[in-house]
Design a protein around this ligand. Structure first.
Ligand SMILES: [Zn+2]
Length: 287
């Protein structure tokens, strides 16, 4: 088919986000971040979406990264994918085991492969919020797919959990980072994390020098945002260390702790700050 004038205009249209609704509710903003690469960005950390997802159109199917919190949100995502391509969804990559990234799994068709780090599968085998089937393809360090485009599914070290995967599209320089990156001023969840390792893992992501990053939460990001989040992790860890160095008990530290000034207005403190302090406190014990 010859390209019509209209389709040329469409192809040249600037990348733009558009809100996707289910009834009156905006579930996420869908943004085209590259040729055949889309991000579904949640506006707020509340159901049904909570987290961001992404999908990549391959020559013979679609690879989806994460499934949102609820099957309702995943159903909306699958509907949007069908508007972009008639190719079937073939892969679902789970960046990690948290409910806001795997909760939508039951909406996915049964014939797909679910790819996760082996530790994510182990965790889901013990605790699976979706009661859905477990990942059926596990990786330890990574796997590269060649399906009309190169897709590297990578484990670059522990961080937000023991088994965070990211998806790297080298030709497009697009990185889908999962919760290794909270962007836009969120303190992040460290409860299942390894904060010391996380700092080094972020360096490995920076070295890729991505053009565009889809974070697990928050707006699209750049390498500068990785540096900002890394500086925060370092400052947070140091500030908890100071409480320990003063000889405080954990209970006292939980009462008196204040985030370093630069991060005092960052979001998610209600749901995560105390757990984050406990986690780093535990980690520092073995230093
Ligand atoms: Zn998470």
């Amino acid at each position: 088919m010859r390209a019509s004038f209209f389709s040329l205009i469409l192809a040249a249209a600037p990348l733009a986000a558009h809100p996707v609704q289910s009834g009156p509710e905006v579930v996420f903003d869908l943004e085209r971040v590259g040729d055949g690469v889309y991000a579904a960005l949640s506006r707020r950390p509340a159901p049904p979406a909570v987290s961001n997802t992404a999908f990549v159109v391959l020559e013979d199917g679609v690879l989806v990264v994460d499934s949102h919190m609820k099957p309702e949100a995943a159903t909306v995502l699958l509907r949007e994918i069908a508007k972009v391509t008639d190719k079937p969804v073939r892969y679902l990559v789970q960046t990690h085991h948290h409910g806001d990234h795997v909760g939508g799994n039951p909406a996915f068709p049964g014939a797909i492969d679910i790819i996760a780090h082996e530790s994510t599968r182990q965790t889901l085998a013990q605790w699976n919020p979706t009661k859905a089937r477990l990942p059926n393809a596990v990786i330890r360090d990574g796997i590269t797919l060649f399906r009309g485009r190169e897709v590297r599914i990578k484990f670059t070290g522990r961080g937000h959990t023991a088994g965070d995967l990211s998806v790297w599209l080298p030709a497009d320089r697009i990185l889908i980072a999962g919760d290794l990156l909270f962007n836009g001023g969120y303190i992040g969840f460290m409860k299942d994390g390894f904060v010391g390792d996380w700092i080094a893992t972020l360096d490995a992501l920076s070295e890729l020098n991505p053009k565009t990053i889809v974070p697990g939460h928050g707006p699209l990001a750049t390498p500068e945002d990785i540096r900002t989040f890394k500086a925060y992790l370092i400052a947070f860890r140091e500030s908890v260390r100071e409480h320990r160095a003063r000889g405080e008990s954990l209970e006292k530290a939980l009462e008196t702790y204040r985030l370093p000034k630069a991060y005092r207005d960052w979001g998610m403190q209600d749901m995560a700050l105390k757990d984050n302090i406990r986690r780093v406190w535990e980690e520092l014990k073995s230093e």
